[in-house]
Design a protein around this ligand. Structure first.
Ligand SMILES: [Ca+2]
Ligand SMILES: [Ca+2]
Length: 162
């Protein structure tokens, strides 16, 4: 074919094949609040993951073009970088245990950002709240009854009074 036609054909091919979408990357980071009280200190992932019984962070990302991305990251790494199509992404992170089961008493955290072609977009550091007193595996009031075994929790995993 004449050389001058090649760029036009390439552009048409790019429109026809979704795989030609330009890629960028997002990087999401996390840390922890040390406890549930006001003004609590922020802990690094290396410290907080173990203290709060979190082994993995489940990352779920969607963009406004219905692209999606999911990964289960090692909690103590404190961050993950993922290659995704350029676009406007919303990322949520959830805490999971060693069996990769989500920990419902730790609230999901979310952040949004625009991922550009060929660039790594650093998203805000997400701070995970600690487990409430009634699901932290600790006998907080030292009456010998741990978590839901303590009637102070009234059977509520999200209870904060033990
Ligand atoms: Ca407890
Ligand atoms: Ca107790």
């Amino acid at each position: 074919m004449p050389r001058s036609l090649a760029p036009g054909l390439c552009a048409m091919a790019a429109l026809a094949i979704a795989g030609c979408t330009q890629n960028g990357s997002y990087r999401v980071s996390w840390n922890f609040l040390a406890d549930a009280g006001p003004g609590a200190a922020v802990q690094s992932a290396a410290e907080g993951c173990g203290q709060h019984g979190v082994d993995a962070i489940f990352v779920t990302a969607v963009d406004t073009s219905a692209d999606g991305d999911q990964v289960l990251a090692i909690c103590t790494l404190g961050q993950v970088t993922r290659s995704v199509p350029a676009g406007n992404w919303t990322i949520q992170i959830q805490a999971a245990d060693a069996q990769a089961t989500l920990i419902p008493s730790i609230a999901t955290q979310m952040v949004s950002g625009v991922v550009g072609d060929g660039a790594v977009t650093e998203l805000a550091v997400l701070t995970l709240p600690p487990r409430p007193a009634c699901s932290d595996g600790i006998d907080n009031d030292r009456d010998g009854l741990v978590d839901l075994a303590d009637p102070d929790c009234a059977g509520d995993l999200r209870g904060i009074h033990e």
